[in-house]
Design a protein around this ligand. Structure first.
Ligand SMILES: Nc1ncnc2c1ncn2[C@@H]1O[C@H](COP(=O)(O)OP(=O)(O)OP(=O)(O)O)[C@@H](O)[C@H]1O
Ligand SMILES: [Mg+2]
Length: 379
């Protein structure tokens, strides 16, 4: 049987981008070895995530090649410093002149939402890579399963991932004038900048352009009648995020966090950001909360589970639920077959539906009231 020491010895041969052994970088989480399955995470600054993806892959491959290893799951998490521009297109961050963020004057009125949409809910996180987009999509599908008509707006202008997560290709059809017909996938009505801009186009967006892209996706898309629109927000709590939170007419926000302490500091910032712009925080979801060994059923808290629930209590916001770290969630998510849609009777779909139920209860929307949507937010 492979031991933790074997795994660490192998990881010492994997080089980080600057050439130091991975084990010497203090970026490794605890390594869990359970019945031949190996799990750990690597946490790096969000700006260097692209450089670290090959390291993650190399670490996974090296561990997998060890005799006695049945599978290896290595998560790469990006820590984002507050106010930092999105890491995905570094050119964008560099080319934007200082102060180019869209600074909405305080108290500026939000862009008017699409007329047929009863409630717009942001899914946000303080930092990147915590599973926000995965959660947003599966939450949307969970709400769909509860009988609601659901839309997804990908507000991650720099790094849109919704087209990939839902395996939707092609371009939206133009209707009369400037209007666009949204795309559809798994029963969801979907819009993303990813449908409009080629994947390899360097997106040199400045704050005001980001806002106009967002405004267009809200106002110039035929969303039709929706009970809930889930907005996959860009990571972070900088000016750009604040502006979005301020300008999109949000009924509420859901914060996704991993259980790590730092993630929680970020989660707290996320909660604060929405409070600042008077958007009710519907609650916190703890993602990659724990890991259940598929073989022995034993539960491992590789990120130190439970922090998000305590943090939610402290902040006085609801705790919406825990999503385990699971290979199936990652594989389905990354291959455009979200787990709630492709394994609706499985344990993960159940977790997401429970969370969706709590979100729905807070919004007090019901599919039945679709003709005359009326939203009441609990204090
Ligand atoms: N519960 C989970 N179990 C296993 N893997 C997960 C889980 N949640 C997310 N992942 C994986 O983690 C990676 C990051 O997830 P995702 O893209 O949803 O994060 P994000 O917060 O939206 O990132 P970004 O900040 O780049 O927008 C993906 O490979 C995804 O499949
Ligand atoms: Mg994302």
């Amino acid at each position: 049987m492979v031991s933790k020491q074997d795994v660490l010895a192998t990881l010492a041969t994997v080089k980080s981008p600057d050439g130091t052994p991975l084990t010497g970088t203090a970026k490794l989480s605890e390594v869990v070895v359970s019945d031949g399955k190996v799990f750990f995470s690597i946490t790096v600054d969000a700006a260097v995530v692209p450089q670290w993806e090959p390291v993650r892959k190399a670490a996974e491959a090296a561990v997998r090649a060890l005799p006695g290893v049945k599978s290896a799951l290595v998560a790469l998490t990006g820590e984002r410093t507050a106010g930092a521009a999105r890491a995905a297109p570094p050119q964008a961050a560099r080319s934007a002149p200082p102060g180019a963020h869209a600074h909405a004057p305080r108290g500026e009125r939000p862009v008017q939402g699409p007329p047929g949409v009863a409630a717009i809910v942001a899914v946000a996180s303080g930092k990147g890579g915590v599973g926000k987009s995965t959660t947003a999509i599966n939450l949307a599908l969970g709400l769909r399963d509860l009988g609601l008509k659901v839309g997804v707006l990908d507000a991650d202008i720099y790094g849109p991932s919704v087209p990939k997560l839902l395996a939707i290709r092609g371009r939206p059809e133009t209707l009369g004038g400037n209007r666009l017909r949204p795309m559809t996938g798994y029963g969801l009505t979907v819009m993303s900048i990813g449908f409009l801009v080629a994947e390899d186009t360097p997106m040199i967006w400045r704050g005001p352009m980001v806002m106009s892209a967002l405004t267009q996706m809200l106002r110039e898309v035929e969303w039709g009648t929706l009970d809930v629109m889930i907005v996959d927000m860009p990571p972070g709590t900088g000016d750009a995020q604040l502006t979005m939170a301020q300008q999109v007419p949000l009924a509420g926000a859901v914060i996704v966090s991993t259980p790590q302490d730092l993630a929680l500091i970020d989660a707290r910032r996320g909660v604060e950001m929405f409070k600042r712009v008077n958007v009710p925080v519907l609650g916190v979801i703890e993602n990659m909360s724990y890991f259940v060994c598929p073989k022995c059923g034993e539960r491992h808290d590789i990120f130190g589970h439970g922090g998000a629930r305590q943090e939610a209590d402290k902040l006085g916001v609801p705790f919406l639920g825990e999503v385990p770290l699971h290979m199936a969630i990652r594989e389905t998510s990354d291959s455009g077959r979200p787990v709630v849609a492709t394994d609706p009777d499985g344990p993960h779909a159940r977790v997401y539906r429970e969370i969706a139920g709590r979100v729905r209860d807070q919004l007090k929307v019901s599919g039945a009231g679709r003709a005359a949507p009326k939203i009441v937010i609990e204090a």
